[in-house]
Ligand binder design. Structure first.
Ligand code: THU
Length: 130
């Protein structure tokens, strides 16, 4: 199964009763293992979590800390880009050149990279004087 297929499958489990917008994410870590996540909303809206955050948490819980590649899918008119917070989360665990595939359920694909999604990112180097 491709990463997009994995993301499509986990998207079905998304808990999105408030937005009704289900998102699935699947990433491959440096060891070649796949980790998946879906959005999990909450009646206290800000407490909801994105699909990307779920996949990252699963990777870290499995003992890995580097994303080699990630795919995100939603049933949207155009491929949905990760939110600002998720871009920073991806940048924490991926090299700038790591591929990000944004997909729609209808079959559209947009390929980008973690670096292109978050140019000028805040990194540990900026805390050099700390
Ligand atoms: N969402 C994600 O899970 N990932 C994205 O990349 C975009 C947005 C979720 C958050 C919320 O549950 C719903 O989509 C609507 O914003």
């Amino acid at each position: 199964m491709t990463l997009v297929d994995e993301a499509r499958r986990v998207r079905e489990n998304a808990y999105a009763p408030y937005s009704r917008f289900k998102v699935g994410a699947a990433l491959r870590d440096r060891a070649g293992r796949i980790h998946v996540g879906c959005n999990v909303e909450n009646v206290a809206y800000p407490e909801g979590t994105c699909a990307e955050a779920g996949a990252i948490a699963a990777m870290v819980a499995a003992g890995q800390t580097e994303i080699a590649e990630i795919a995100v899918i939603a049933d949207s008119p155009a491929p949905v880009p990760p939110c600002g917070g998720c871009r920073q989360k991806l940048a924490e665990f991926a090299r700038p050149e790591a591929r990000v595939t944004l997909a729609t359920v209808a079959g559209e694909r947009l390929e980008t990279t973690v670096g292109d999604l978050l140019p000028g990112r805040f990194s540990a180097a900026h805390m050099g004087g700390a």
